[in-house]
Ligand binder design. Structure first.
Ligand code: COI
Length: 358
Protein backbone atom coordinates (compact mmCIF):
# COMPACT_ATOMS: atom_id res chain seq x y z
CA UNK A 1 0.00 0.00 0.00
CA UNK A 2 1.24 3.47 -0.79
CA UNK A 3 0.95 5.58 2.30
CA UNK A 4 3.85 7.99 2.23
CA UNK A 5 2.56 10.27 -0.50
CA UNK A 6 1.70 13.60 1.01
CA UNK A 7 0.48 16.83 -0.51
CA UNK A 8 3.56 18.86 0.20
CA UNK A 9 5.36 18.58 -3.14
CA UNK A 10 5.00 21.68 -5.25
CA UNK A 11 4.76 20.52 -8.87
CA UNK A 12 4.66 23.09 -11.65
CA UNK A 13 2.31 21.94 -14.41
CA UNK A 14 2.62 23.23 -17.98
CA UNK A 15 0.09 21.74 -20.37
CA UNK A 16 0.83 21.22 -24.02
CA UNK A 17 -1.12 23.23 -26.54
CA UNK A 18 -0.57 20.50 -29.14
CA UNK A 19 -1.96 17.23 -27.82
CA UNK A 20 -1.24 14.22 -30.06
CA UNK A 21 -4.01 12.18 -28.46
CA UNK A 22 -6.70 12.77 -31.10
CA UNK A 23 -4.44 11.47 -33.87
CA UNK A 24 -3.18 8.43 -31.91
CA UNK A 25 -4.75 4.98 -32.12
CA UNK A 26 -4.15 3.72 -28.58
CA UNK A 27 -4.64 0.00 -29.12
CA UNK A 28 -1.76 -2.47 -29.58
CA UNK A 29 0.92 0.15 -30.18
CA UNK A 30 4.44 -1.23 -30.55
CA UNK A 31 6.28 -1.00 -27.24
CA UNK A 32 7.74 2.35 -26.25
CA UNK A 33 7.50 4.24 -29.53
CA UNK A 34 4.67 6.66 -28.84
CA UNK A 35 4.90 8.85 -25.76
CA UNK A 36 2.05 10.67 -24.06
CA UNK A 37 1.79 14.45 -24.23
CA UNK A 38 3.71 15.16 -21.02
CA UNK A 39 6.62 14.02 -18.86
CA UNK A 40 7.66 14.60 -15.26
CA UNK A 41 11.12 15.96 -14.47
CA UNK A 42 12.94 16.79 -11.24
CA UNK A 43 16.50 17.80 -10.45
CA UNK A 44 18.88 16.84 -7.67
CA UNK A 45 21.23 19.81 -7.41
CA UNK A 46 23.60 20.73 -4.57
CA UNK A 47 22.20 17.96 -2.42
CA UNK A 48 18.57 18.97 -2.82
CA UNK A 49 15.60 17.76 -4.86
CA UNK A 50 13.95 20.67 -6.69
CA UNK A 51 12.30 21.87 -9.94
CA UNK A 52 9.39 19.42 -9.87
CA UNK A 53 7.63 19.84 -13.16
CA UNK A 54 5.14 18.19 -15.48
CA UNK A 55 5.70 19.67 -18.91
CA UNK A 56 5.20 18.78 -22.59
CA UNK A 57 7.17 15.67 -23.65
CA UNK A 58 10.25 16.75 -25.58
CA UNK A 59 14.01 17.28 -25.58
CA UNK A 60 15.83 18.08 -22.35
CA UNK A 61 18.77 20.50 -22.45
CA UNK A 62 21.95 18.89 -21.16
CA UNK A 63 25.71 19.08 -21.55
CA UNK A 64 27.36 16.54 -23.87
CA UNK A 65 29.82 15.97 -21.02
CA UNK A 66 27.31 14.50 -18.56
CA UNK A 67 28.58 11.48 -16.71
CA UNK A 68 25.51 9.38 -17.65
CA UNK A 69 26.61 9.45 -21.29
CA UNK A 70 30.29 8.73 -20.68
CA UNK A 71 30.29 6.40 -17.70
CA UNK A 72 26.77 5.01 -17.63
CA UNK A 73 25.47 6.18 -14.28
CA UNK A 74 21.88 5.66 -15.33
CA UNK A 75 19.08 3.52 -13.95
CA UNK A 76 15.43 3.00 -14.79
CA UNK A 77 12.26 1.18 -13.84
CA UNK A 78 9.30 -0.19 -15.73
CA UNK A 79 5.80 -0.35 -14.38
CA UNK A 80 2.30 -0.32 -15.75
CA UNK A 81 -0.98 1.49 -15.21
CA UNK A 82 -4.20 -0.27 -16.10
CA UNK A 83 -7.62 1.12 -17.01
CA UNK A 84 -10.17 -0.31 -14.56
CA UNK A 85 -13.81 -1.05 -15.44
CA UNK A 86 -15.01 2.19 -13.77
CA UNK A 87 -12.62 4.21 -15.96
CA UNK A 88 -10.14 4.96 -13.19
CA UNK A 89 -6.45 4.15 -13.62
CA UNK A 90 -4.50 1.86 -11.36
CA UNK A 91 -0.71 1.70 -11.08
CA UNK A 92 0.42 -1.82 -10.24
CA UNK A 93 2.85 -2.42 -7.35
CA UNK A 94 4.57 0.96 -7.58
CA UNK A 95 5.99 0.51 -4.07
CA UNK A 96 8.05 -2.47 -5.26
CA UNK A 97 9.41 -0.61 -8.27
CA UNK A 98 10.23 2.37 -6.08
CA UNK A 99 12.22 0.19 -3.67
CA UNK A 100 14.13 -1.43 -6.52
CA UNK A 101 14.82 1.98 -8.12
CA UNK A 102 16.65 3.12 -5.01
CA UNK A 103 18.44 -0.22 -4.70
CA UNK A 104 19.71 0.21 -8.26
CA UNK A 105 20.66 3.82 -7.50
CA UNK A 106 22.67 2.76 -4.44
CA UNK A 107 24.57 0.11 -6.42
CA UNK A 108 25.49 2.68 -9.05
CA UNK A 109 26.59 5.21 -6.38
CA UNK A 110 23.74 7.53 -7.31
CA UNK A 111 21.51 9.55 -5.04
CA UNK A 112 18.32 7.92 -3.80
CA UNK A 113 15.00 9.52 -4.61
CA UNK A 114 12.43 10.33 -1.91
CA UNK A 115 9.26 8.25 -2.16
CA UNK A 116 7.21 11.43 -2.33
CA UNK A 117 8.98 12.70 -5.45
CA UNK A 118 8.71 9.33 -7.19
CA UNK A 119 5.05 8.74 -6.35
CA UNK A 120 3.72 12.26 -6.65
CA UNK A 121 5.58 12.84 -9.89
CA UNK A 122 4.03 9.72 -11.39
CA UNK A 123 0.59 10.59 -10.03
CA UNK A 124 0.72 14.14 -11.41
CA UNK A 125 1.82 12.91 -14.85
CA UNK A 126 -0.79 10.17 -15.05
CA UNK A 127 -3.46 12.50 -13.81
CA UNK A 128 -2.74 14.94 -16.63
CA UNK A 129 -2.35 12.27 -19.34
CA UNK A 130 -5.06 9.93 -18.05
CA UNK A 131 -6.90 9.85 -21.39
CA UNK A 132 -3.82 8.15 -22.85
CA UNK A 133 -4.34 4.97 -20.81
CA UNK A 134 -5.63 2.36 -23.27
CA UNK A 135 -8.74 0.39 -22.43
CA UNK A 136 -8.26 -2.53 -24.86
CA UNK A 137 -7.50 -5.97 -23.43
CA UNK A 138 -3.80 -6.64 -22.77
CA UNK A 139 -2.98 -2.95 -23.23
CA UNK A 140 -1.76 -0.60 -20.53
CA UNK A 141 0.12 2.60 -19.93
CA UNK A 142 3.80 1.75 -19.45
CA UNK A 143 5.58 4.03 -16.99
CA UNK A 144 9.32 4.57 -17.39
CA UNK A 145 11.05 6.42 -14.52
CA UNK A 146 14.74 7.06 -15.11
CA UNK A 147 17.54 8.68 -13.10
CA UNK A 148 20.80 9.78 -14.64
CA UNK A 149 24.01 11.56 -13.71
CA UNK A 150 24.21 15.22 -14.71
CA UNK A 151 27.73 16.31 -13.70
CA UNK A 152 29.51 17.64 -16.78
CA UNK A 153 32.94 16.43 -15.64
CA UNK A 154 35.10 13.79 -17.31
CA UNK A 155 36.81 12.61 -14.13
CA UNK A 156 35.58 9.14 -13.21
CA UNK A 157 33.63 9.60 -10.00
CA UNK A 158 30.06 9.49 -8.82
CA UNK A 159 28.12 12.50 -10.05
CA UNK A 160 26.86 15.04 -7.51
CA UNK A 161 23.82 16.12 -9.53
CA UNK A 162 21.09 13.99 -11.12
CA UNK A 163 17.96 14.31 -13.19
CA UNK A 164 14.84 12.23 -12.65
CA UNK A 165 12.46 11.86 -15.60
CA UNK A 166 9.23 9.90 -15.93
CA UNK A 167 7.88 9.04 -19.37
CA UNK A 168 4.62 7.27 -20.12
CA UNK A 169 3.80 5.29 -23.24
CA UNK A 170 0.62 3.40 -24.16
CA UNK A 171 1.62 -0.17 -24.91
CA UNK A 172 0.29 -3.46 -26.15
CA UNK A 173 2.13 -6.73 -25.46
CA UNK A 174 5.94 -6.50 -25.77
CA UNK A 175 6.07 -9.94 -27.39
CA UNK A 176 3.20 -11.01 -29.60
CA UNK A 177 4.09 -14.64 -29.99
CA UNK A 178 5.69 -17.48 -27.99
CA UNK A 179 9.45 -17.20 -27.92
CA UNK A 180 12.27 -19.23 -29.31
CA UNK A 181 15.14 -18.68 -26.87
CA UNK A 182 18.83 -19.53 -27.00
CA UNK A 183 20.78 -20.60 -23.93
CA UNK A 184 23.82 -18.30 -24.01
CA UNK A 185 27.01 -19.98 -22.89
CA UNK A 186 29.69 -17.51 -24.00
CA UNK A 187 28.59 -14.01 -23.04
CA UNK A 188 27.66 -13.15 -19.46
CA UNK A 189 24.97 -10.81 -18.16
CA UNK A 190 25.75 -10.74 -14.47
CA UNK A 191 28.72 -11.90 -12.41
CA UNK A 192 29.07 -12.28 -8.64
CA UNK A 193 29.92 -8.86 -7.29
CA UNK A 194 28.66 -7.21 -10.48
CA UNK A 195 25.54 -5.19 -11.26
CA UNK A 196 23.15 -7.90 -12.47
CA UNK A 197 20.58 -7.08 -9.80
CA UNK A 198 20.55 -3.37 -10.72
CA UNK A 199 18.27 -2.04 -13.42
CA UNK A 200 21.05 -0.03 -14.96
CA UNK A 201 21.51 1.03 -18.57
CA UNK A 202 24.72 -0.93 -19.11
CA UNK A 203 23.02 -4.27 -18.44
CA UNK A 204 20.90 -3.64 -21.51
CA UNK A 205 23.75 -2.23 -23.60
CA UNK A 206 25.88 -5.34 -23.03
CA UNK A 207 23.00 -7.60 -24.02
CA UNK A 208 22.55 -6.18 -27.49
CA UNK A 209 25.41 -7.86 -29.36
CA UNK A 210 24.73 -11.37 -28.00
CA UNK A 211 21.00 -10.86 -28.66
CA UNK A 212 21.67 -9.69 -32.22
CA UNK A 213 23.80 -12.77 -32.79
CA UNK A 214 21.06 -15.04 -31.44
CA UNK A 215 18.48 -13.29 -33.60
CA UNK A 216 20.66 -13.85 -36.66
CA UNK A 217 20.45 -17.56 -35.78
CA UNK A 218 16.64 -17.37 -35.73
CA UNK A 219 16.03 -16.88 -32.00
CA UNK A 220 13.93 -14.17 -30.38
CA UNK A 221 15.77 -13.89 -27.08
CA UNK A 222 18.49 -15.29 -24.84
CA UNK A 223 18.54 -17.22 -21.64
CA UNK A 224 21.56 -16.01 -19.68
CA UNK A 225 23.58 -18.51 -17.69
CA UNK A 226 25.87 -18.00 -14.67
CA UNK A 227 29.20 -16.32 -15.31
CA UNK A 228 31.39 -18.94 -13.61
CA UNK A 229 30.36 -22.16 -15.31
CA UNK A 230 27.56 -21.28 -17.76
CA UNK A 231 25.78 -24.18 -16.14
CA UNK A 232 22.78 -22.59 -14.44
CA UNK A 233 20.01 -20.59 -16.11
CA UNK A 234 19.57 -17.10 -14.68
CA UNK A 235 17.14 -14.86 -16.54
CA UNK A 236 15.99 -13.96 -20.02
CA UNK A 237 16.83 -10.81 -21.94
CA UNK A 238 13.98 -8.67 -20.67
CA UNK A 239 12.34 -10.86 -18.05
CA UNK A 240 12.77 -13.52 -15.36
CA UNK A 241 12.28 -17.19 -16.15
CA UNK A 242 9.85 -19.76 -14.81
CA UNK A 243 9.27 -23.43 -15.42
CA UNK A 244 6.50 -25.81 -14.46
CA UNK A 245 7.95 -29.13 -13.32
CA UNK A 246 5.67 -31.76 -11.76
CA UNK A 247 2.96 -29.09 -11.46
CA UNK A 248 5.27 -26.90 -9.32
CA UNK A 249 6.62 -23.50 -10.28
CA UNK A 250 10.41 -23.66 -10.45
CA UNK A 251 12.37 -20.43 -10.90
CA UNK A 252 16.02 -19.41 -10.49
CA UNK A 253 16.48 -17.97 -7.01
CA UNK A 254 17.18 -14.24 -6.84
CA UNK A 255 20.91 -13.59 -6.47
CA UNK A 256 23.16 -10.60 -7.05
CA UNK A 257 23.38 -11.59 -10.73
CA UNK A 258 19.60 -11.57 -11.32
CA UNK A 259 17.03 -8.80 -11.37
CA UNK A 260 14.55 -9.19 -8.52
CA UNK A 261 11.51 -8.96 -10.79
CA UNK A 262 8.25 -7.42 -9.61
CA UNK A 263 6.27 -9.57 -12.06
CA UNK A 264 8.31 -12.55 -10.86
CA UNK A 265 7.17 -11.87 -7.31
CA UNK A 266 3.59 -11.24 -8.49
CA UNK A 267 3.45 -14.54 -10.34
CA UNK A 268 4.89 -16.44 -7.36
CA UNK A 269 2.39 -14.86 -4.93
CA UNK A 270 -0.54 -15.58 -7.23
CA UNK A 271 0.69 -19.12 -7.88
CA UNK A 272 0.84 -19.73 -4.11
CA UNK A 273 -2.69 -18.33 -3.70
CA UNK A 274 -3.87 -20.82 -6.33
CA UNK A 275 -2.28 -23.68 -4.40
CA UNK A 276 0.78 -24.33 -6.57
CA UNK A 277 4.07 -25.30 -4.95
CA UNK A 278 7.03 -22.97 -5.51
CA UNK A 279 10.74 -23.78 -5.77
CA UNK A 280 13.18 -20.88 -5.88
CA UNK A 281 16.58 -22.45 -6.40
CA UNK A 282 19.39 -22.88 -8.87
CA UNK A 283 18.18 -24.52 -12.08
CA UNK A 284 20.80 -26.11 -14.30
CA UNK A 285 20.70 -26.20 -18.09
CA UNK A 286 21.09 -29.95 -17.83
CA UNK A 287 18.01 -30.27 -15.62
CA UNK A 288 15.91 -28.14 -17.97
CA UNK A 289 16.87 -30.17 -21.04
CA UNK A 290 16.49 -33.52 -19.29
CA UNK A 291 13.09 -32.61 -17.91
CA UNK A 292 11.86 -31.38 -21.29
CA UNK A 293 12.93 -34.71 -22.78
CA UNK A 294 11.30 -36.78 -20.02
CA UNK A 295 8.07 -34.77 -20.09
CA UNK A 296 8.46 -33.55 -16.48
CA UNK A 297 8.95 -29.93 -17.57
CA UNK A 298 5.57 -29.03 -19.02
CA UNK A 299 5.71 -25.24 -19.27
CA UNK A 300 8.32 -22.50 -19.57
CA UNK A 301 7.63 -18.80 -19.64
CA UNK A 302 9.20 -15.38 -19.22
CA UNK A 303 7.80 -12.94 -16.66
CA UNK A 304 8.40 -9.20 -16.71
CA UNK A 305 6.57 -5.92 -16.62
CA UNK A 306 6.94 -5.26 -20.33
CA UNK A 307 6.95 -8.95 -21.26
CA UNK A 308 4.02 -9.78 -18.92
CA UNK A 309 3.78 -13.60 -19.07
CA UNK A 310 5.22 -14.76 -22.39
CA UNK A 311 5.34 -18.42 -23.30
CA UNK A 312 8.59 -20.05 -24.38
CA UNK A 313 8.00 -22.41 -27.30
CA UNK A 314 11.52 -23.62 -28.03
CA UNK A 315 14.87 -23.63 -26.26
CA UNK A 316 18.09 -23.82 -28.25
CA UNK A 317 21.28 -25.15 -26.67
CA UNK A 318 24.54 -25.64 -28.56
CA UNK A 319 22.71 -25.71 -31.88
CA UNK A 320 19.99 -28.20 -30.90
CA UNK A 321 16.39 -27.03 -30.60
CA UNK A 322 14.33 -28.48 -27.76
CA UNK A 323 10.62 -28.08 -28.42
CA UNK A 324 8.27 -27.66 -25.47
CA UNK A 325 4.56 -28.48 -25.12
CA UNK A 326 2.13 -26.50 -27.26
CA UNK A 327 2.11 -22.94 -25.83
CA UNK A 328 -1.65 -22.80 -26.39
CA UNK A 329 -2.08 -25.63 -23.89
CA UNK A 330 -0.30 -24.54 -20.72
CA UNK A 331 -2.86 -24.83 -17.92
CA UNK A 332 -0.67 -23.73 -15.00
CA UNK A 333 0.65 -20.50 -16.47
CA UNK A 334 -2.74 -19.81 -18.07
CA UNK A 335 -4.46 -20.01 -14.66
CA UNK A 336 -1.83 -17.78 -13.06
CA UNK A 337 -1.89 -15.28 -15.94
CA UNK A 338 -5.66 -15.04 -15.73
CA UNK A 339 -5.64 -14.22 -12.02
CA UNK A 340 -2.74 -11.77 -12.38
CA UNK A 341 -4.56 -9.95 -15.17
CA UNK A 342 -7.90 -9.99 -13.38
CA UNK A 343 -6.25 -8.28 -10.41
CA UNK A 344 -4.39 -5.77 -12.59
CA UNK A 345 -7.49 -4.83 -14.56
CA UNK A 346 -9.70 -4.66 -11.45
CA UNK A 347 -11.91 -7.59 -12.46
CA UNK A 348 -11.54 -9.38 -9.12
CA UNK A 349 -10.96 -8.02 -5.60
CA UNK A 350 -7.38 -6.81 -5.06
CA UNK A 351 -6.64 -9.30 -2.27
CA UNK A 352 -2.95 -8.37 -2.12
CA UNK A 353 -3.36 -4.56 -2.04
CA UNK A 354 -1.35 -4.11 -5.24
CA UNK A 355 -3.44 -1.52 -7.07
CA UNK A 356 -2.88 2.19 -6.51
CA UNK A 357 -5.79 4.02 -8.09
CA UNK A 358 -5.12 7.49 -9.44
C1 COI B 1 10.35 -3.96 -18.14
O1 COI B 1 9.84 -5.06 -18.16
O2 COI B 1 9.76 -2.97 -17.68
C2 COI B 1 11.69 -3.74 -18.63
O3 COI B 1 12.28 -2.83 -18.20
C3 COI B 1 12.25 -4.64 -19.64
C4 COI B 1 12.62 -3.87 -20.82
C5 COI B 1 11.72 -3.79 -21.94
C6 COI B 1 13.84 -3.14 -20.86
Amino acid sequence: KITAVTDTLDIKITKTSQSKLAETELTDLPFGKVFTDHMFVADYINGEWKNFEVLPYGPIPMSPAISALHYGQAIFEGMKAYRLPDGSISVFRADKNFARFNKSATRMAMTNIPEEVFMKGIAALINLDRDWAPSAANNSLYIRPTLFAMDAVLGVKASADYKFVVLTTPAGPYYNKPLRVKIETHYTRGADGGVGAAKTAGNYAMSMLPTQQAQAEGYDQLIWTDAKEHKYVEESGTANLMFVMDNKIVTPEVRETILDGVTRDTVLEVAKSLGYGIEERRVSVEEVLEKIASGVLTEAFAVGTAATITQIAEIGFEGTIHTLNDPANRPVSAAIAKKVNDIRYGLVPDEFGWNWTI
